[in-house]
Design a protein. Structure first.
Length: 510
């Protein structure tokens, strides 16, 4: 063996040893919280970031609801709405990151709520997060189907959309079922696809498409049949941006698979919002400046008279049909990756809740394959719920609104509890923390969440409010009639405490 080859082999073995040592250290840290290491702990910081970045997916949320935002507030919605939503979301992500550093477990929000507020808060945080994640999968894959069908040259009939939607769900479920390492690799690759997709799309538009003058970006117009002042229509149009900024809690849900999760998982959440904010804004402004005619784009139809997504219409008008198919192929692939990552996140949430005895038939949903290291039953439970969610909603803006409200209600519960009881857990904060700015950032996160949740259930998305109300009512009834049972929760100790804990804490889930 040559000297360079020997040196390379030595370095490889050294890196493997360091990774193994780090994984063992993190497994011991998890044991102190009361849980055994069941997943493969091999994700680095980039892979953790990639999960949340892929679920946010600027090529999914910003693109699939472009019609909605444009019809509500016109070009000004795109120019101002995105940065407003980005800043508001960043307050939420920063607040959650601090909690994640203190308690890095797959349960995420509901574990934080269990410690800070008790089992009732944990119950609602868990299930509202699940509602948000399931509705997100439905919205992501249905939006992907809406783009994929015209690219394939098919008519966008309801039956065709549901068939393609189902096939997308199955493909993502199968990969999540069979390989956790493949999911991590595909999540890393997803970041490349997203950045490349944005670069190619933006580059093609700026080089080849005729562009509107700069003052067009500040045009306040509306094409919706809703009769209301423009300011209110602009606020309703924020759904486009806010739907994009969901699912960044995925970094917390894969914390038990991440090396050095007390640092890497919080950064994964925060940086996923920051990077998405920058690249998403470039994408939004580029698409808006390439709009030839707002009314023409919003009224675009395929050969069968079915509505065509506005972004697809813009790119086809600017670049031609064949070029549009080539450019938007990366967009569709990015949407599929987004759904894959959302599947991973919700399956870990189901697993964590079942592991803590917080679900009916918990012994089934908490099973992890010994050979594949994946929670197979939880994955297919998520697939079934996602299919039913899309069938119920019957409208894309409704299912996306349900997703936003479910997510942000689950986010605000531990943030509010953490703000209210900050003095009682200061010593338990992890290495990633907000310092003296913590309370101020928490308050801004709470105000933004209350505002955006109220907006998401206003007309024309009243059905989203009804759906969330029904979900909360069902959860409350089930919680009251299911009787007392014990739910495990982590042993949240000072991170400086090195004494191991062999079993998790528990309390009545009542």
């Amino acid at each position: 063996m040559s000297e360079p080859e020997g040196q390379a082999r030595t370095e490889t073995l050294l890196h493997k040893h360091l990774d193994d040592s780090a994984a063992q250290r993190d497994a011991k840290d998890l044991a102190r919280l009361g849980y055994a290491q069941e997943f493969l702990r091999g994700m680095g910081g980039f892979s953790n970031f990639a999960i949340s970045f892929s679920i946010i997916s600027i090529l999914t949320g910003a693109v699939t609801l472009f019609d909605y935002g444009l019809s509500m507030g016109g070009p000004l919605e795109m120019t101002l709405g995105w940065p407003v939503a980005t800043v508001g979301t960043l307050f939420v992500a920063l607040s959650m990151a601090e909690l994640c550093s203190a308690l890095p477990t797959s349960g995420g929000m509901y574990h934080w709520a269990a410690e800070l507020g008790g089992p009732m808060w944990a119950w609602f945080a868990a299930w509202l997060n699940i509602v948000g994640l399931v509705a997100a999968i439905a919205g992501i894959d249905y939006g992907c189907a809406q783009f994929l069908i015209p690219i394939l040259g098919l008519q966008s009939r309801t039956s065709s959309l549901l068939l393609v939607y189902t096939l997308l769900l199955l493909s993502q479920g199968v990969i999540n079922h069979y390989s956790a390492s493949m999911v991590a690799w595909l999540s890393d690759f997803s970041v490349v696809v997203h950045i490349l997709g944005v670069t190619v799309l933006v580059g093609a538009l700026w080089i080849f498409a005729p562009k509107q003058p700069l003052h067009f970006l500040l045009q306040a117009s509306s094409s919706t049949p809703i009769h209301a002042p423009y300011a209110w229509l602009f606020v309703l149009g924020l759904l486009q941006a806010q739907w994009t900024y969901t699912g960044f809690d995925g970094s917390a849900h894969v914390a038990e698979e991440t090396l050095d999760p007390r640092r890497q998982a919080p950064w994964g959440m925060v940086m996923s919002v920051v990077v998405s904010g920058v690249f998403g804004y470039v994408l939004i402004l580029s698409l808006t400046s390439a709009i030839p005619n707002i009314a023409l784009v919003l009224r675009a139809r395929d050969a069968g008279g079915n509505p065509t997504p506005a972004v697809l219409a813009i790119v086809e008008m600017a670049l031609g049909n064949h070029a549009a198919v080539a450019v938007l192929g990366l967009t569709v692939l990015a949407m599929w990756f987004c759904g894959l990552a959302a599947f991973t996140s919700v399956s870990r949430t189901f697993f964590a809740l079942a592991r803590d005895n917080g679900m009916p038939l918990s012994h089934i949903w908490s099973r992890v394959s010994v050979t594949r290291k994946t929670p197979a039953a939880a994955i297919w439970l998520a697939a079934a719920f996602a299919f039913l969610a899309m069938v119920y909603s019957d409208a894309y803006s409704v299912v996306t609104s349900i997703s936003v409200v479910g997510f942000y209600l689950s986010y605000i519960i531990p943030i509010y509890l953490g703000w209210r009881r900050k003095d009682s857990w200061k010593l338990k904060r992890g290495p990633w923390q907000l310092g003296n700015a913590s309370n101020a950032i928490n308050c801004l996160a709470i105000l933004w969440t209350l505002f955006i949740c109220a907006v998401m259930v206003m007309p024309p998305n009243v059905r989203a409010g009804e759906g969330i109300a029904v979900v909360i009512g069902v959860l409350l009834i089930f919680h009251l009639v299911s009787g007392k049972h014990r739910i495990h929760k982590p042993n949240w100790v000072d991170v400086a405490d090195a004494e191991p804990v062999t079993s998790p804490g528990h309390e009545e889930f009542k």
